[in-house]
Design a protein around this ligand. Structure first.
Ligand code: 5RP
Length: 233
């Protein structure tokens, strides 16, 4: 499938999710190439007067900038629950468990989306998997300070992977730095108990957050040629 067609599918999924937003809602805005289409559609609906009184919180500096440029009202994260959050994902299981974070925004995404009454995922069909870890590595955000020590701890847990670079070019050695000033370790693990893995990783010194989003999403709109499938937890 051409990348042009994949973009069209991402947009279709995004439009389906944004249709769930009503006036006066408090909305979480995701990050990534699919979430960009959702933010664009929110902006379009607000500009057309279809939505009024919307307040938003963005999960990255990039999404914050896009939303503000479209005239959306974007504020800081407060304990106020979200009516709805819309975001992309890197892998989606039939139970709508997710790997997120290849776009680098997993910490803010989890902070925002854990407060959402409804977390709606949008994606093209290439993101569907039977089991998490099938295609994508698991992004783990780690503190810069003492990163080599943190990596030794992660490797002792069976993680195999590497610190993310800011460019795929092998000659560029700069490491990718998140909006929070941290590094990301893209890891692969053997073993099937992801809830236990999540608990272990969260208890590992130097780990800030993981890209495992288990039992968080309500549903996913997954666009394939000719249909948008709804995958419901
Ligand atoms: C960012 C994310 C993204 O939602 C995820 O990487 C999917 O991105 P895209 O829509 O570009 O495929 O988790 O941290």
């Amino acid at each position: 499938m051409s990348s042009l067609n994949l973009e069209a599918l991402k947009k279709e999924a995004a439009i389906r999710a944004v249709a769930l937003i009503g006036s006066g809602m408090h909305v979480g805005l995701g990050t990534g190439s699919t979430a960009r289409y959702a933010i664009e559609e929110v902006g379009r609906r607000v500009a057309a007067g279809e939505l009024t009184g919307l307040t938003c919180v963005a999960t990255s500096e990039a999404s914050d900038g896009q939303a503000r440029a479209l005239g959306l009202e974007v504020g800081p994260l407060t304990p106020q629950p979200f009516d709805l959050a819309i975001d992309g994902a890197d892998e989606i299981t039939p139970d709508v468990d997710l790997i997120k974070g290849l776009g680098g925004a997993l910490v803010r995404e989890k902070l925002v989306e854990v407060q959402a009454r409804r977390l709606i995922i949008i994606a093209d069909h290439t993101k569907l998997v039977a089991r998490l870890g099938e295609k994508a590595p698991l992004p783990i955000e780690v503190l810069q300070f003492g990163v080599q020590s943190t990596l030794v701890r992660l490797q002792a847990l069976g993680a195999v992977g590497e610190l993310r670079r800011s460019s795929p070019d092998l000659h560029v050695s700069d490491l990718y730095v998140t909006d929070n000033g941290n590094f990301i370790f893209d890891a692969r693990f053997a073993g099937a108990d992801l809830a236990a893995l999540e608990r272990t990783l969260k208890g590992t010194l130097g780990v800030v957050e993981t890209g495992l989003f288990l039992k968080m999403a309500e549903r996913a709109f997954v666009a394939a040629p000719g249909e948008v499938r709804e995958v419901v937890r």
